[in-house]
Design a protein around this ligand. Structure first.
Ligand SMILES: O=C(CO)[C@H](O)[C@H](O)COP(=O)(O)O
Ligand SMILES: [Fe+2]
Length: 230
């Protein structure tokens, strides 16, 4: 069974209680912490800076999964690496020379991720898969938490899953946007193994219970995938 990784997105955490909220998801068994960085250019919203990562690094042992929604990501890789990121993900649509950016991320000893907006085809990253540790498929338009999952991305997830399997590559498939305990089995059935979820986790009454239920439902998705031989 492929291991399911839960990456709660702190975009939906309480900004006045970030330390508390990060501790809650860590105690609830999450493996990663998803940190969205927005610049108001690549996406029409602003969020955290590297300072937040630096501060949280002193408080948490979670794997920091940093999603850069920046037009000028290349300018900031060193800063996000130094601040304590573990995985640094850039958008294919935003960086002019993806290979060089991924090599740069690796040069800091960090895992390198590539993200695609819902409308960007998987073909756009086939030539960089050998330099990629994680592909982050957006299942909403990037920029905001609390949107609805776009089911048309399911096809793209299974397409990528087949390519990765056929080439025997060791790449995680991460999905981000609109994921809840009700729908998490769908992207997992299609091939995803890293689950980002913001509002469904942080707006719930019981974070631990929600993460446990989400993981269970995701594990069912893995079984369905194996049974159907997707
Ligand atoms: O990258 C993002 C938005 O651009 C967030 O990670 C994502 O939206 C998570 O929030 P939710 O689970 O509430 O959709
Ligand atoms: Fe994200």
């Amino acid at each position: 069974m492929s291991k399911i990784i839960i990456s709660p997105s702190i975009l939906s955490a309480d900004p006045a209680n970030l330390e508390r909220d990060v501790r809650l998801v860590e105690e609830a068994g999450a493996e990663y912490l998803h940190i969205d960085i927005m610049d108001g250019h690549f996406v029409p919203n602003l969020s955290y800076s590297a300072n937040v990562i630096r501060a949280l690094r002193k408080k948490s042992n979670l794997i920091f999964d940093v999603h850069l929604m920046l037009q000028d990501a290349d300018k900031f890789i060193d800063e996000f690496a130094e601040a304590g990121s573990d995985i640094i993900t850039v958008h294919q649509e935003a960086v002019p020379n993806l290979k060089e950016t991924l090599k740069n991320i690796h040069s800091f000893g960090k895992k390198a991720g590539v993200s695609l907006k819902p409308g960007t085809p998987v073909d756009m990253i086939l030539n960089v898969l050998d330099l990629t540790d994680v592909v982050l498929l957006m299942t909403v338009e990037p920029g905001f938490g609390g949107q609805s999952y776009l089911h048309q991305v399911d096809k793209k997830i299974s397409e990528l899953y087949k390519i990765i399997n056929n080439q025997n590559l060791n790449i995680g498939i991460e999905v981000d946007g609109g994921i809840t305990e009700e729908n998490v089995n769908r992207p997992v059935r299609a091939g995803a193994n890293i689950i980002v979820s913001g509002s469904a986790i942080f707006n719930s009454n019981n974070i631990k219970d929600t993460i446990n239920k989400m993981r269970k439902k995701a594990e069912q998705g893995v079984q369905e995938r194996e049974i159907n031989n997707f």
